[in-house]
Design a protein around this ligand. Sequence first.
Ligand SMILES: *Cc1c(COP(=O)(O)O)cnc(C)c1O
Length: 435
Amino acid sequence: MARQFYSTNSPGSFVDLKEAVLRSLPADNGLYMPEEIPVLGAEFWESWRDWSFEELGFNIVKPLLDGAVPEEVLREMVAGAINFDAPIVKLNEQEYVLELFHGPTLAFKDFGARFMARLMGWLTRDDDRELTVLVATSGDTGGAVASAFHGVAGTRVVILYPRGKVSGLQEKQLTTLGENITALEVEGTFDDCQRMVKSAFLDRKMSEELNLTSANSINIARLIPQMFYYFHAARQLTGGVEPVFVVPSGNFGNLTAGLLAEKMGLKVKKFIAATNVNDVVPEYLEKGDYRPRPSVGTISNAMDVGAPSNFARMQEIFGKMWEPMCRRIAGYAFDDDQTRTGIREVKATSGYAIDPHGSVAYLAAEEWLVANPGDTTVILETAHPSKFLDVMEEELGEGAVEIPDRLACLAGREKVAIEMGGGEGEFLGWLRGWA
Ligand SMILES: *Cc1c(COP(=O)(O)O)cnc(C)c1O
């Protein structure tokens, strides 16, 4: 039997994998969750340390999507998507960095986007209509999604990004591919972009006519491959220590994937939600009050989110109760000055160039270790520092960060983007005309 999915707003009714992945957002405005999160059995734990990274991933996703995708297809999907490593690097006895930036766009979002593109391609293999993928980005999502879908037959992608709020090279990643990728430069914030995307989905007629689907982290397909590297990190630590995972967070897809990995049986000592001043979740963990609000721009721009879209999933995992969530997750928030200090400190103490998002997590790890000095923390380094070259050079000096070839070659390409106001009406009108 194919795995079923339900909406967090209607626990009693189920859809299949195809509907959950292609619809992305349930009509009731909830989020899809797997009906059941399987616990990995003895067979898995006997071999998990020996498998290649892709084999590890396959053995995690297999029980989750049991029967919904044939095993051989699934194996190939994982192998094609996860064709790069996620190594851990030791900063000191208590702190490790998990490098998630070895994919084509140098951010962890390559994991989710590449798996999702392949899964969507397979799910729609017999459909005769083109699939339109809508995605709002605060920086890295758009590039990862554009790269994952670029040239994929039967798909076209529309990316919305906030003008002036993504880095120069990030913008190049969104706006220089052409072909089936269209970039919209929005006069507004990331939250405006996210709202515009949502409005298109809530317009059922348009959603049907354009065969719309979403690639944001609201899509359950993105979270699945993000579980893989939590397992992969844990097995790279020696002595079987239970890691404290420190997750620099915006929409909380990454952290939610960690929680799902734990549900499947991975031993984790604690999760740490590290944010910049957009601290809705750390505030909730501290006070029990959930107050989404407009986002504020920071130097860790991929985390500038005022209404984290995966919060509903986190609540679902903890039975919509505050205390159980607090037992598993600690929250910390830091401003830009602290983030800059963190970048210099990591360089000075261990010679490692950590990007602004990783720096926020590093600061959280440091605070955690003050109260829990014997713990082993794993800091998720979500992007390569060269994606934030201005900040890195301001703090560490020119030439402190090498730019990998796959990013450097974008600098000379021409940006092509359509300018747009931040209103839903204008966007829906454009979409109608464009389609
Ligand atoms: C997207 C992103 C984040 C935030 O991840 P979420 O899953 O949205 O919490 C953190 N760092 C970088 C570099 C990102 O691109």
